[in-house]
Design a protein around this ligand. Sequence first.
Ligand SMILES: Cc1cc2nc3c(=O)[nH]c(=O)nc-3n(C[C@H](O)[C@H](O)[C@H](O)COP(=O)(O)OP(=O)(O)OC[C@H]3O[C@@H](n4cnc5c(N)ncnc54)[C@H](O)[C@@H]3O)c2cc1C
Length: 478
Amino acid sequence: MMTLPAHRKTVTLPDRAPTIMWFRDDLRLMDNPALCDAAARGPVICLYIHDPAFPLGGAEKWWLHGALTALDHDLGACGGRLWIMAGDSRENLSWLVGQTGAEAVVWNRRYGPHARQVDADIKAALKARGIDACSHPGNMLHEPWQVRTKQGTPFRVFTPWWRAVQAMGAPLPPLPAPVRTTFAPVPPAVADRLVAVPDLALLPVRTDWAGGLRGQWQPGEAAAHARLDSFVAEQVHGYATRRELPAQPATSGLSPYLRFGHVSARQIWHAVDATGQGDQDTACFLSEVGWRDFAQSTLFDFPDLGTTNLRSEFNSMPWRHDPAALRAWQAGKTGYPIIDAGMRELWHTGWMHNRVRMIVASFLTKHLLTDWRAGAAWFADTLVDADAASNPFNWQWVAGCGLDAAPYFRIFNPVSQGEKFDPAGEYVRKWVPEIARLPDKYIHAPWKAGSVAPAGYPPPIVDLAGGRARALAAWKSL
Ligand SMILES: Cc1cc2nc3c(=O)[nH]c(=O)nc-3n(C[C@H](O)[C@H](O)[C@H](O)COP(=O)(O)OP(=O)(O)OC[C@H]3O[C@@H](n4cnc5c(N)ncnc54)[C@H](O)[C@@H]3O)c2cc1C
C-alpha cells in the first residue's frame, strides 16, 4: 500500500501573506497542481467550503464526511489542518481574504456550468481587490479545450475524440505532494467561524442506512491509492474479458475516488502505463477512463447536459408518469431479478456495476417509458460516485437522447442480459436472496418456475414484449 509522503513542518511563524488553497472536488495532497502552487508561494490556508448552492445526494454526503476527515488527518500529519466553512462560497472567500490578508487564492478547475460561473465571479471579484486568483487543471487527462476537431469544434462522438486524445500522447506526469509546506495560523476571529466535519451534519440521522457503505468503502487518498495499486497489480490483467460480469470483482471501484478527487485521472493513466503491459486489458481500461473525460468534456461544451435532451427531438417524447412503477424500480421490486439485484446493490453499497447500470437504465427509460431525468435523480441521491457529468451523460447515452448515444431501439431484455452476464445467477442470488434457491434455468425468470416459484418475490411489473412495443411506438412518434 502506498503511504502518503511525510511533510516537514516549518515552525517559525510566516511573515509572508498566506495563499488560500481552495479544495473542492480534489481532496488529495498528491498530484494537486493548485496545492503545489500555493505551497511554493509561502504559507498556505487549506480551505473547504460546504456551499448549499452545490447540493449533494445522501450517499455523496456520507462519502464527503469521510473524505474531509481523511484530508484533515493527512494535513494534520504535515503540521496543518483543513479550515472548513459553511455557506455561500463567494461570501466566505471574500470574508476570509479580508481576515487573513491572503494575497492569492488558488484552485483546480471544475467543469459544471454553475461551478464555472461561481469560479469566474470569484476570480473577477478577487482581481478587482488586487488579489491574485489562479485556476489550475482539474481532474481530467487533458483540459476540455485541448481536444478539438481540426475545425476547432468539440467532438460529438467518442471514437474520434479518443483517437485524438491518444495522438496527444501521455497526459502531464503526476506531481508529488509538496514536500515543504508552511501552514498559516488561524486568526482568532476566523477560528470562531470555522466548523468541524461533524457540524456539517453529513451523516444520516434518523435511519442509519449507511451500514452497507461503511462495509464497502473507505474514503480518502490513502484508500484510493491502495485500491489503485491492487487493481494494477492483480485485476487489470483480464479486465477486458471480465469487466462485464457483475459477480466478478473485475473492475477497479475507483469511481467515487475520482469523483471526490482522492486520485487523479493522470495518476491512474500513469500507474497503468507504468505496468508496461500495453495489451488489450490496459487499453480497454484506459478507454473507460477516457469515457469519463469525454463525459466531463461534454458537460463543459454542453452545459445543459444534466437537464436537457442533447437530441432535441426527444423533447416531445411521451414519457409516462407512473410513480408506483418508479418506486418499484427504486426499491428493487420489479420482478426482474437482474434489475432488482442492481437496484438493491445500489441502495446497499452506493455503487452498481456498469453493465447493470445500463440494464436498469434501459428498463426504466424503455420498458417503463420513464423520463431519464427521474432515473438520474435517483442515481444522484444514491451513488457514492454520483457525478454531474458522468451520471447524466450515461443516462442520455442509454436513453438515446445523448449526442453519441445508443440508438433508442436498442432495448435490453433483462432476462437475456441476466443470462448472458450472470449465467449462474451468482450476482442475482447475492442481492435477491428470496429467489436464491431457484434452479439456474429460472433464476432470471422466476415467474416461469410455476409451483417452485418463491412466495414473497413480486411478479413482473411490466410485460417485456408489451413494454418494448410501447417504447418503440413512442419513439417512432417523435
Ligand atoms: C446510467 C448510468 C449512470 C452512471 N453514472 C455514473 C456516475 O454518476 N458517476 C460515475 O463515475 N460513473 C457513472 N457511470 C459510469 C460507470 O458505470 C461507472 O463509472 C463505473 O461503473 C464505476 O466502476 P469502476 O470504478 O469499477 O469502473 P472501471 O471499470 O474500473 O472503470 C475505471 C473508471 O473509468 C470511468 N468509467 C468507466 N465507465 C464509464 C462510463 N460509462 N462513463 C464515464 N466514466 C466511466 C470511471 O471513472 C471508472 O472509475 C454511469 C453509467 C450508467 C450506465
